[in-house]
Design a protein around this ligand. Structure first.
Ligand code: CAO
Length: 435
């Protein structure tokens, strides 16, 4: 951690040229090198957060109950091998096991804690307190500790409730605003409740680490899944308030009540957009097209309706607002004669923002995603090679090297033996179910 502190202090202290050179020579190879995370997270929301910290260079030690994170066994595709659910969310971490309900487990935990900068968890409400390690206790053991918790909900009537991905989508404003008006509320495939919350937690943890450089104190970071989804649904709350002044003209809906309706594939932004069908008509043969004001002329020409460029009924964004459905129908009549990749190419020749709907197969085979290390092949000691999603944060001085997730308890000897000097007790601790 010493290198990290020096680096951060240097940010606010005046530096001489000599100091600059000296710092450059001692440059950190990873942004979070020296930062240590004791990772008690499980399932998705927490592990997605700590995996990012690991990719940024932190030493992330995942502490699991002796039975392991439940996702090691969930949705297994190969018998007796850690599931892809687990391997894709726990790369670059180390694994130790510890029974937090045994007195010896609690003692070992108390010895471990001062060696870490961050403790992360996303247990059900109250679980960490029931283990005997509430914030007061943790602070006493390690005043510099940053204690990050992900829960379903913030303080209030839902505090004590457990939460999963789609529950957060339901209660954060996403489900009521996703789908078509004549259909039920819909969940989105993007895991905004779990991984979306994990990313929010990363931001909170990094801010707390930076503040600690000034105060010397750790702090509590809490992030709720409902709050994170709501943060991502900000524009829907914008539209809710706009409703008081009249209908939302850019929505495809004809009627408006006192709540934001589901609006199908409408763009949600200031520029209208829609997914139009393409040939040969398969489930993902669509292109999402956004019609900016400058895009109308080339689009009208491309679709064979040049007269609409100057027709006052069509020539301005305002004039088109009450017939967006008709506008996208005209575009679709054109796009249905072309494949989605052709449409992408043609529209981009005119700088018209658009995107083909990519299937998971197309994504996993996409050359540019592979080249950018966003689709990454990783070697796992038991399953062989697997494919995962790489790190979307690209730092020029902190390259990410995606490495396998750990086997359960793989690093017990390293951490308990090397760090705590418990080499001789490892076999007994294992036999007693402590590790
Ligand atoms: N040693 C001993 N016991 C351990 C342990 C360890 N190392 N790690 C966890 N446990 C115990 C906990 O102490 C808890 O025991 P008690 O309830 O008896 O105190 C028990 O495991 C269950 O913990 P849990 O409530 O976290 O797990 P669950 O399967 O019942 O619930 C979930 C799962 C996800 C609903 C809940 O953890 C939750 O609401 N988390 C917060 C929201 C969240 O992150 N959701 C994400 C869901 S998908 O990414």
């Amino acid at each position: 951690m010493a290198g990290f502190r020096e680096g951060a202090q240097a940010l606010h202290a005046p530096r001489s040229v000599d100091q600059h050179i000296h710092e450059k020579e001692n440059v950190l190879r990873k942004a979070l090198e020296g930062v240590r995370v004791l990772d008690m997270t499980h399932v998705q929301s927490g592990p997605s957060c700590t995996q990012l910290l690991a990719w940024l260079g932190a030493d992330v030690v995942k502490l699991e109950a002796p039975g392991g994170d439940v996702t090691r066994k969930q949705l297994r595709d190969i018998p007796n091998v850690d599931s892809l659910y687990f391997t894709m969310l726990n790369c670059n971490k180390r694994s130790i096991t510890l029974n937090m309900k045994s007195p010896e487990g609690k003692r070992i935990f108390t010895e471990l804690l001062p060696r870490f900068d961050i403790l992360a968890e996303n247990f059900g409400p109250g679980a960490i307190d029931r283990m005997g390690f509430g914030w007061d206790v943790l602070q006493e053991i390690n005043p510099r500790l940053i204690f990050a918790s992900i829960k379903g909900f913030g303080d209030g009537r839902y505090t004590h409730y457990k939460a999963y991905e789609v529950i957060a989508q339901a209660m954060g404003g996403s489900m009521s605003t996703t789908g078509f008006i004549d259909g039920p509320p819909m969940a989105t495939g993007a895991q905004i409740g779990d991984s979306g919350t994990g990313i929010h937690a990363v931001a909170g943890i990094l801010a707390a680490l930076y503040q600690r450089e000034h105060t010397g104190r750790g702090q509590r970071v809490t992030v709720a899944m409902q709050d994170s989804v709501l943060n991502l649904c900000r524009v829907k709350l914008r539209d809710h308030q706009r409703l008081q002044r009249g209908p939302l003209n850019e929505y495809p809906n004809n009627e408006f009540g006192d709540e934001v309706p589901r609006s199908g594939n409408a763009s949600g932004g200031g520029q209208p957009g829609w997914a139009v069908k393409c040939a040969p008509g398969g489930p993902n043969d669509y292109v999402y097209v956004v019609v900016q004001p400058v895009g109308w002329e080339p689009i009208a020409n491309l679709i064979g309706r040049p007269e609409l460029v100057t027709d006052p009924e069509w020539s301005t964004p305002d004039a088109r607002l009450n017939k967006l459905d008709k506008m996208f129908q005209l575009i679709e009549e054109w796009s249905m004669g072309l494949g989605k990749w052709q449409v992408l190419e043609i529209l981009n020749q005119y700088n018209i923002p658009c995107g083909p709907i990519l299937s998971t197969k197309e994504i996993i085979e996409d050359e540019s995603l592979l080249a950018n290390d966003m689709v990454v092949r990783v070697d796992h000691p038991e399953r062989g090679e697997f494919t995962t999603v790489g790190c979307p944060l690209k730092l020029s001085d902190s390259p990410v090297d995606v490495r396998t997730s750990p086997l359960l308890g793989e690093h017990n000897a390293d951490v308990y033996g090397e760090e705590l000097g418990l080499h001789d007790q490892l076999v007994t601790l294992k036999a007693k179910g402590v590790i």
